[in-house]
Design a protein around this ligand. Structure first.
Ligand code: GLP
Length: 263
C-alpha cells in the first residue's frame, strides 16, 4: 500500500487530480479503448472534481474517451432530488466537462428490481474490461462506498441497509434530520471495488483518523471495510495531517520518507 500524507485537504485534492490526469494521459484512451474511472460522492472528493474541471478548462485533459461508474446511490431518490448521487455528480462534475452522457453509469435507486439493476451494473463494468482507476472516500466508521461495517469483503453490487452512524453522518445533507436520510442504498461491493486495477482512497479531517489507523495499522476485517485495501496490489491512501493523527509516529515517518525519496 502506498500512503501519501499531505498538509491539508486542498493539497490532497491537487495530488489526486494530478494523478488521475497522469493515468488518463498515459493510457491514451480511445473510443474503442476508453479509460474507466470509478467515482465517489461525499465532501472529500469535491476538491478533486474542482481541480479536474480546471484541468479540463485549461485544456490539460479531455474526458471524451472516459467511462465512469459511480460507487453508489440512495434507494428511493429521483435523479432530480438534490440529495441523490445523480444530482451530486452532474452538479459538481459532469455538467462542466466534455464527458459523453452515454459513458456515465450511476445505479438507479428507483428501480423496481434491485437484484437485476445490480447484476446489470456488474456486467457493464466487466464489459468494459473492469475499472482502471477507482477513487473513493471513507466513512468515519471505515466504510467504503456504502459497504457498512460487517459487509462481506468479497461482496458485489447489491442493496445495503445503512448503519446508524452513516445515517447520522449524512444527515448534514438532509437538514440535519436523520429521519429524512434514506435507510437503504445500492452500492458496489467491496469485491467490486477491489477488482479495480488501481484504488485510491482519500481521507481528510480528524473524524477519519480512526478509519485511517484501522486501514493502515489494523488487521483486515469486515468491521472496517476499508481494511480490504491491504490486499489490493495497487492501493493508495491519500490523506491529510489531521487524518493521520492516530497513526504511530514511526508509521508516518516511514510513508513520508518513501515519498521524499520518490521526489
Ligand atoms: C457516504 C458515501 C461514501 C463516502 C462517505 C464519506 O457514505 N457513500 O462513498 O466515502 O459518505 O463522505 P464524506 O467524504 O462526505 O466524509
Amino acid at each position: 500500500m502506498r500512503v501519501i500524507i499531505k498538509n491539508n485537504a486542498a493539497d490532497c485534492s491537487s495530488w489526486v487530480a494530478g494523478y488521475i490526469c497522469y493515468r488518463i494521459k498515459t493510457a491514451k484512451p480511445t473510443a474503442k479503448k476508453p479509460f474507466v474511472l470509478g467515482l465517489p460522492t461525499g465532501s472529500t472528493p469535491l476538491g478533486v472534481y474542482k481541480e479536474l474541471i480546471k484541468l479540463y478548462q485549461n485544456k490539460k485533459i479531455s474526458f471524451e474517451h472516459i467511462v465512469t461508474f459511480n460507487m453508489d446511490e440512495y434507494i428511493g431518490l429521483s435523479p432530480e432530488d438534490k440529495n441523490s448521487y445523480h444530482h451530486f455528480m452532474y452538479e459538481n462534475f459532469f455538467n462542466y466537462i466534455n464527458i459523453n452522457k452515454k459513458n456515465i453509469h450511476i445505479l438507479n435507486g428507483q428501480t423496481k428490481d434491485y437484484a437485476q439493476e445490480c447484476d446489470n451494473y456488474e456486467k457493464a463494468i466487466k464489459a468494459y474490461g473492469g475499472i482502471d482507476l477507482m477513487l473513493g472516500g471513507v466513512g468515519s466508521d471505515g466504510h467504503i462506498a456504502f459497504n457498512e461495517p460487517f459487509s462481506s469483503l468479497s461482496s458485489r453490487t447489491r442493496i445495503k441497509t445503512l448503519a446508524p452512524s452513516t445515517i447520522k453522518d449524512n444527515s448534514r445533507f438532509f437538514d440535519n434530520d436523520v429521519t429524512k436520510v434514506p435507510t437503504q442504498a445500492l452500492t458496489m461491493g467491496v469485491g467490486t471495488i477491489m477488482d479495480s486495477k488501481e484504488v485510491i482512497i482519500m481521507a481528510t479531517g480528524e473524524n477519519k483518523a480512526e478509519a485511517i489507523h484501522q486501514a493502515i495499522e489494523g488487521s483486515i476485517n469486515h468491521v472496517w471495510t476499508i481494511t480490504a485495501l491491504q490486499q489490493h496490489r495497487y492501493g493508495i491512501i491519500v490523506c491529510d495531517e489531521a487524518a493521520v493523527k492516530k497513526l504511530s509516529p514511526s508509521t508516518i515517518e516511514y510513508f513520508k520518507s518513501i515519498e521524499e525519496r520518490l521526489k
